[in-house]
Ligand binder design. Sequence first.
Ligand code: NAP
Ligand code: GDD
Length: 319
Amino acid sequence: MKKALMTGITGQDGSYLAELLLDKGYKVYGLKRRTSTENIENIMHIKNEIEFLSGDLSDLSSLIQAVRASRPDEVYNLGAQSFVADSWPQPVYTAEVTGLGVLNMLEAVRQEQPGARFYQASSSEMFGKVAETPQRETTPFYPRSPYGAAKVFGHWITVNYRESYDLFACSGILFNHESPRRGIQFVTRKVTDGVARIKAGLQKELRLGNLEAKRDWGFAGDYVEAMWLMLQQKMPDDYVVATGKTHTVKNLVEIAFAHAGLKWEDHVVQAAEFMRPAEVDLLLGNPQKAKKKLGWEPKVSFEDLIKMMVEHDLKKYGQ
Ligand code: NAP
Ligand code: GDD
């Protein structure tokens, strides 16, 4: 039986990847931080099939203990302070967890289990103020947030450990991916949850920031397959994972409100507090390498993704 150790198991991607690995017959170990209140909503349905190990990406000794306890064939480093907007008020913390945390995890693998295959959750935020469109594996990075800068470190230290120590380490440069399990602060879920609350009469307005920003949005369930595929190849490599289509936040708002029979203009208010100090205006990925080498394809369209999320949230509020 193959064994996988995952950080970020309580998050959106961790929950989908755990489902995928359990389906494939893996023994799944999940690194979990101690929290004062339980936060395992995303993995409630599979919690008895996962072996949880206590740890934090900022604590190397906890990662070494986790690798020793699990002796994994594959390590998926999904843990991070992942909310871009919070990386300005918490820049040092973000650098420690999202940046240095990658090095801690790589060190734990190098010291304890150098034969394990390693996946790093890199991000299209690294492209930031984009140097070319669409963005591909060779597009230069120009991060626009402390989060983006931390992810650039995480990417390059992964590449460096592959080249320095011959680790089987891959960096997946994933564009935005969403689902009904997306954290409530991210714009897709904030909108679909807001639509459902408005429909249920719990609120009247939805306060948003920049409606003109463009993102290449896909479905998280599709994207975790690409992570797994990267670790099944003969050689380690880096891949862009994206849909190859981009939409504005305004498009997202239009689809979500219309699906619930609402007029967005009656409810959406632009609010300065949700504008960012530096914005990533446009992300559009070129997934040709992942399609060709991994045989990966996104299955869920943007429209179907937003409808899936709206329907989930309407049901949550009894609509
Ligand atoms: P998420 O839902 O925010 O989950 C983040 C996970 O990281 C949670 O399990 C969280 O645990 C854990 N974590 C936070 N701080 C930690 C720490 N100090 N030590 C150990 N674990 C910690 O994020 P996601 O959307 O699933 O994304 C997964 C990864 O992919 C992240 O690295 C993210 O930056 C990256 N990424 C995401 C996207 C996307 O569009 N979703 C795109 C590109 C890259 P708690 O539950 O305890 O907070
Ligand atoms: N969160 C949020 N809230 N974003 C808003 C809002 C709002 O009220 N109004 C407009 N936006 C815009 C943001 O300015 C940004 O341009 C876009 O919506 C998407 O914001 P998020 O959903 O917060 O995601 P992100 O693109 O910043 O980051 C996500 O994707 C990255 C990959 O590109 C996160 O999942 C990162 O962890 C990930 O690396």
